[in-house]
Design a protein around this ligand. Structure first.
Ligand SMILES: [Zn+2]
Ligand SMILES: [Zn+2]
Length: 243
């Protein structure tokens, strides 16, 4: 087990970004546009980290079980985010009323809380393998955390919840993230399950939650930011091969 303290510290930083995203929605709506660039950048970086780092490492630590667990992680998130919930998408929830009832908003929170738990498991698993993998996964996860907090806060508001509800929902995601890190920090042997499961979850978040938001934006600019995320990952890998 390598540096569980660092894993927990960085997991907490990622968790606080959930809360920061909610504060942006509630207090500073003007910076909302820049959050969308984080979505595109985060999608590219997370996609590259998942495919080029998490999948090969999963094969190494879990062998033939890895692809099965990746698929399980992917399907579990699809079930909780989009099957249990008739209506959920990343970004600001502007459809209120029949689309987002108070009941729906709490089931969205449940789905996102499991997603956030696996964000934490991914960071914890990365650090259980090596400091380099831990840092890369932290960076990849961190980029979509503020948009994630923003999303849940807007879902709560669109369903008629109070600002306090919106804030507490983001805090719930932050707590789930830290719990995920703690699970692996306390039981590093679980990395054989945690890494491939969270790789499946990360694949879903990048390709199925974030990329459609990037594609919704008219024009080519946002689409290019996705490639900037991929390039950022490659550059980091090139500049710091030992990282
Ligand atoms: Zn909507
Ligand atoms: Zn997340």
């Amino acid at each position: 087990m390598k540096t569980p303290g660092l894993a927990i510290a960085l997991g907490t930083v990622a968790a606080l970004a959930d809360v920061a995203g909610a504060i942006v929605l509630v207090k500073a709506h003007a910076v909302e546009r820049s959050l969308r660039y984080f979505v595109a950048l985060g999608a590219g970086f997370l996609m590259a980290t998942t495919v080029l780092e998490m999948l090969p490492e999963s094969m190494r630590v879990s062998g033939n079980l890895a692809p099965v667990l990746v698929m399980v992680g992917y399907c579990a998130l699809h079930f909780l985010e989009h099957t249990v919930n008739a209506h959920f998408h990343f970004g600001e929830e502007t459809h209120s009323g029949e689309f987002v009832s108070l009941h729906t908003s709490y089931s969205v929170l449940g789905g996102l809380a499991l997603h956030a738990l696996f964000d934490g498991v991914a960071i914890g698993s990365g650090f259980a393998v090596s400091g380099a993998l831990g840092w890369l996964i932290f960076a990849a996860i961190f980029l979509h955390k503020a948009p994630e907090g923003f999303t849940i806060a807007s879902v709560m508001l669109a369903s008629g919840g109070s600002r306090r509800n919106a804030f507490l929902a983001a805090v719930t995601l932050a707590v789930a993230t830290v719990c995920g890190v703690m699970v692996i920090a306390l039981a590093p042997r679980l990395v054989a399950f945690g890494l491939p499961l969270s790789a499946g979850v990360a694949l879903y978040v990048a390709a199925t939650d974030l990329v459609p938001e990037v594609n919704r934006e008219p024009g080519v600019r946002m689409a290019l930011v996705f490639f900037a995320g991929v390039a950022g990952f490659l550059l980091l890998r090139l500049l710091a091969p030992a990282l």
